[in-house]
Design a protein around this ligand. Sequence first.
Ligand code: CA
Length: 378
Amino acid sequence: MKRKEFIRNTVLATVGATGVLACNNSQQEEVNAPNVISNKKYSWKMVTTWPPNFPVLGEAANLFAQWMNEVTGGRVEIKVYGGGELVPALESFGAVSSGIIEFGCGAPYYWAGKAPASQFFCAVPFGMNAQQITAWMIGGEGEGYKLWKELYGAFNLVPFLGGNTGVQMGGWFNKEINSLDDLTDLKMRIPGLAGKVLKKAGGTAVLVPGSEIYIGLERGVIDATEWIGPYHDYKMGFYKVAKYYYTPGWHEPGAQLEFFMNKKKHDSLPKDIQAAIMSVSLRVQSWVLAEFDAQNGIYLEKLIKEEGVQLRKFPTEVLSQLRSHTKDALSDLAASDPMSKKVYESYEGFMKRLGKWSELTEKAYYNDVQVLKDSFLK
Ligand code: CA
């Protein structure tokens, strides 16, 4: 066997062929490049935007570190820090960008103030779900991932997929939402682009840190909040202070999460370590969604059967109005920032094309095939 071929096969065996084959063409080339596997060891820090060991999200950061260590035969050690342990949660981006820290873990829309286009790589109201975002990122030409690398490259960062929440719940409300009028004067904890949409609908988006949402709802400082889904919402205890649990999460059809590495440090790594990072990130991407789905099924049942939570569905008319406000909010964003315009065009084009396929398959399957006799939705 020729040397180049031997090394390539070794790398594939080391990092797991599935992950590598799932990468787009540019990543494939990196793996094919000649490389000498050395015993050099790397000791890195990872700062996250989550509380330490936070269910699923913090656990995903820990798993990334564990799997990197395993897959490199102990050559890479990553110490994971919760938000605020080393740097404040929302300074992770800057800390990794400057090179003080090697790795970060968060959600791209946290950096909207620095890079407005980052929101397209995370969650767009009425946008793509987890499966569709993954297709945009690493399917076909990897169009989404190329744009994401371009955006983060300007900040001396390389982004990696770090999991997806799947479609979230619409949130907890203390009154029923029967028409758009019910959103007028509604004070809701809802972040990012969705907050702008709610504002266009006449409501008020309030910024409340996670730790203060419960007390805000209890004291009537806010009338409603969104968080994630049954698993996390149960742990936050929202069912004790809000009457109605709404679906679907029009505002976050699947929040894409991330790891990001200092680009200068990443680019100086041997190719096998770079390939390991890519493969482990794709393993985390799969695990996070799987864990969310598995736990959400269990906790949804708990909320309804044990806690008597009242489930409600947003009326079609309300969703249709919110969709129209979302289009305006996205146009505003595209008009205010050239990179957002460029990413929006790719995102929208991809979603339109893929949506036609999803309609014939996923949607038709849920609507007409996997019909539940004992659905929680009346
Ligand atoms: Ca959320």
